[in-house]
Design a protein around this ligand. Structure first.
Ligand code: NAP
Length: 293
């Protein structure tokens, strides 16, 4: 059984990005830059933002954080985003989700200039991914999973792929990535799926992004399959686990991602890939090869 080690794969990509950015600086260009907007004091969001900023700085991406109070109005937040849209020194804008309930998340995503939409959530970028028209941005988690599968030479062509979870940030764009890349056959499951097991058992590649510990048990997995666990769940004892019963499923799978240390680091590194990708487009360079499928 092969452990798909997101920490190792991401280290390699981070090193490549670091060298690439040094080269831009050597040629007299400014550093790529990422602006992260954090609204409120949610502890998990604060940790995610800190990790994203620290990793950015490690590879030479300049990062700024705009901390805004929980009570900020939708109009004020929109105005902050517009300022960043107009700032030529900013390549990527990320609004950390979730936002407080009085703010319309869709409206905020639509306010980000698509050419700075480093998360790839803007409808224009989603449309580009769906149609293959133009140079868009692929959401970080699906991109990270795709980069990991490529790193381990895991064949996607014509495979039966089952995705459990249909969110805008993971499940839906993941299905588009697989469909676009290698013409795999995709099934997307969600809360209303009848008999989840009958689907997961057929998967050559199973991607699970739900947020429920041990949702996927070994009897639900095909012998010799590839299992990608996106879930992040904090148990009462403080331990972080995924959605897959790792200890039992690992004996049946050909390859599996651990939690932590699997998809998480690949998501962070993809954010930086997307930042450099947008920087390149802003400077009239070709798209970043890691940001294209
Ligand atoms: P989300 O927006 O809550 O979406 C969850 C999806 O799972 C929904 O499509 C939901 O169905 C579906 N679902 C819920 N219960 C189900 C069940 N019993 N059987 C089948 N499907 C079910 O969550 P998300 O933002 O995609 O995140 C999912 C998990 O991934 C969370 O644990 C999150 O923390 C983690 N995550 C990790 C990373 C990473 O980098 N590792 C990145 C993003 C998210 P409906 O559509 O019918 O509601």
């Amino acid at each position: 059984m092969l452990i798909l080690d997101g920490r190792e794969v991401s280290k390699k990509i981070l090193e490549d990005l670091k060298q690439e950015i040094k080269e831009y600086e050597r040629k007299g260009f400014r550093k790529p830059s990422l602006a992260v907007i954090l609204v409120g004091e949610d502890p998990a969001s604060k940790i995610y933002v800190k990790r994203k900023r620290e990793t950015s700085e490690k590879v030479g991406i300049h990062s700024i954080c705009v901390n805004l109070p929980e009570s900020i109005s939708e109009e004020e937040l929109i105005s902050e985003i517009k300022n960043l849209n107009d700032d030529d020194n900013i390549d990527g804008i990320l609004v950390q989700l979730p936002l407080p309930s009085h703010i319309n998340t869709g409206k905020i995503i639509e306010t980000i200039n698509p050419s700075k939409d480093v998360d790839g959530f803007h409808p224009e970028n989603v449309g580009r991914l769906a149609t293959g028209i133009g140079k868009g941005v692929i959401p970080c988690t699906p991109l990270g999973i795709w980069l990991m599968l490529k790193h381990y030479n895991i064949d996607i062509f014509g495979k039966d792929i089952v995705i459990v979870g249909a969110s805008n940030i993971v499940g839906k764009p993941m299905s588009l990535v697989f469909l676009k890349d290698e013409k795999a056959t995709i099934t997307v499951c969600h809360k209303n799926t009848k008999d989840l097991k009958s689907h997961t058992q057929k998967a050559d590649i199973l991607v699970v992004a739900v947020g429920k510990p041990k949702l996927i048990t070994d009897d639900m997995v095909k012998e010799g399959s590839v299992v990608i666990d996106v879930g992040i769940n904090r148990l009462e004892n403080g331990k972080i686990v995924g959605d897959v019963d790792f200890e039992n499923v690992k004996n049946k799978a050909f390859a599996i991602t651990p939690v932590p240390g699997g998809v998480g680091p690949m998501t962070v590194v993809s954010l930086l890939v997307n930042t450099v990708h947008l920087y390149r487009l802003r400077h009239g360079f070709p798209p970043h090869p890691f940001a294209q499928i």
